[in-house]
Design a protein around this ligand. Structure first.
Ligand SMILES: N[C@@H](CCC(=O)N[C@@H](CS)C(=O)NCC(=O)O)C(=O)O
Length: 222
């Protein structure tokens, strides 16, 4: 059985979890503490420490660069999901760069403002230390002060996606593709604290998000 090793609120883990759910197969989820990557380190034979990773029998699948989509492409091929059709090559790459940088970059900070609602107490010290070493001392307080401005920024950055959804149910047509799952994961992380909702102005996106929580591969032909 395929095993997803993850932590539940991670944007990149939500992407792969939803793809697995979409496929309809049974799979196992193993949650690790964000503070202890030893299982990832062991399974990847000391080549990777981030999440998610996938274990499929004797095979361990993990990303090879910030923008590689190794896991999603592995699942797509193995499970025949039709998420990377050749005619959308290139376009999906450009979109996923925007989604994983411009959308994720604001969404995770907004979620981190409310980290106590998401991160278990035993992991908070390491979480704050990790953030402050990466983004500077006091970054979480700074983001709290910038929250209103960041919410506006996120709304503006999501506007093109709302426009894409005006005439169709999914971002690139009448069925979901990889970028739908990618955006869904970044927004799932933004919403993880349950302190926010999607911008009320973006009505199509709110419908799409609902649809993305339920959609199944069996509903579409490849
Ligand atoms: N491009 C990778 C990004 C993975 C990633 O950034 N994972 C984060 C969790 S959201 C992580 O493990 N960060 C821990 C660290 O870098 O120490 C993917 O698509 O999986």
């Amino acid at each position: 059985m395929i095993e997803l090793i993850q932590f539940p609120w991670s944007p990149f883990c939500i992407v792969q979890r939803r793809i697995l759910e979409f496929s309809g197969i049974s799979f196992k989820v193993t949650n690790i503490p964000a503070t202890d990557r030893s299982l990832v380190w062991k399974l990847t034979r000391a080549r990777y420490y981030q999440v998610p990773i996938l274990r499929d029998g004797r095979q361990v699948v993990f990303e090879t660069s910030d923008d590689s989509q190794v896991i999603a492409k592995y699942l797509n091929k193995k499970l025949g999901l039709g998420l990377f059709p050749p005619h959308l090559r290139g376009l999906q790459t450009i979109l996923s760069l925007h989604i994983e940088n411009e959308i994720e970059g604001v969404g995770f900070k907004l979620n981190d403002v409310h980290y106590r609602a998401v991160i278990p107490e035993s992991e908070r010290l390491a979480f704050v230390r990790h953030k402050e070493r990466k983004f500077g001392r006091g970054c979480l307080e700074r983001w709290r002060e910038e929250k209103a401005a960041m919410l506006k920024q996120l709304e503006a950055r999501l506007f093109p996606y709302e426009q894409m959804l005006l005439g169709k149910p999914f971002l690139l047509g009448d069925r979901p593709h990889f970028v739908d799952f990618d955006l869904y994961g970044m927004l799932g992380n933004f919403l993880a604290s349950r302190k926010y909702e999607l911008p009320t102005e973006h009505t199509k996106m709110r419908e799409w998000y609902e649809q993305m929580t339920r959609t199944r591969a069996a509903d579409f032909s490849n």
